[in-house]
Ligand binder design. Sequence first.
Ligand code: SAM
Ligand code: SF4
Length: 317
Amino acid sequence: MKDSFGREITYLRLSVTDRCNLRCRYCMPEEGVCKLTHDDMLTEDEMILAVEAAASLGIKKLRITGGEPLVKKNILEICERACAVEGITETAITTNGTLLPQMALPLRKAGIQRINLSLDTLNEEKYRHITRRGELKDALDGIHAALDAGFEIVKINAVLIGGFNDNEIRDLAELTLKMPIDVRFIELMPMYDSGDFGNEAYIKGDTVLAQLPEAVPQEADGGVARLFRLPNALGNVGLISPISAHFCGDCNRLRITADGRIKPCLHSDDEYRIKGCSREEMTAVMKDAILHKPQWHGEMSYAERTHTHRDMNQIGG
Ligand code: SAM
Ligand code: SF4
């Protein structure tokens, strides 16, 4: 289905939980989530109804996200049922990777084709600092588990943070020399509660290119990243620049939060409730949300923050 600006909406990001085993400083508060009861969250059946409703409107690509989707008890059942919905032809998951050593193979068997894994640093101390509790080894083991499990595509997402990991750009990019993976640098987004970061943390994606002068531009792969490749690399380096070069004109996304709200735009406070709805009602609500998808997310900077009152763990990225 097209929105009112002629954009074909084909991509659904379904957040299955707002909980997480990490506490990344740019994403969620140290104390974790305020405990919504199970009754506030979409049930597994409602998630599947929502994917069916979305597919009936032309959604083809599904990404499972969170919070951390792999802490959800019934994640394999959700993946298996959602991936089997008629019309869904591309399936992916975004994870911090720490639980992949035991979960990668079951996820692949459940029908997930592609995996994105978040990793902002290759330094153990810095990993512990940015995640407030994680162990780098678990995430690195997760990458290897994903490769071993045979996912069609494995991508690493690194949030680019001035003064934190801009001195690791080359090390992170050079992972593509050693493994058949893409490494994508994402500009830090000024979320509701990510106030720990000063103005200098918000650096442009182009900083990456300045440090990788030998990187050669590549054709886009249909995603939002601008792609480059280091000589002899096995995968691409990507730049995702929602702030300095926003891609709202080509946005094909719809988001569903774990508490059952459709978000037509990541950075808008507009939400459409589907919790408790039948599939037919969900379809009608989704149509309405698509027709009200805003043209773009508006100016954003350290000073001018997002308009959504959710942290990223409550949206799904
Ligand atoms: N827990 C999973 C993970 O970390 O990949 C999935 C959920 S997480 C909210 C999805 C993505 O959002 C991650 O790649 C994370 O790095 C990114 N993210 C979270 N907060 C962000 C922010 N303030 N700016 C840019 N990206 C952010
Ligand atoms: Fe958890 Fe992912 Fe947010 Fe980090 S980015 S706190 S891993 S949801």
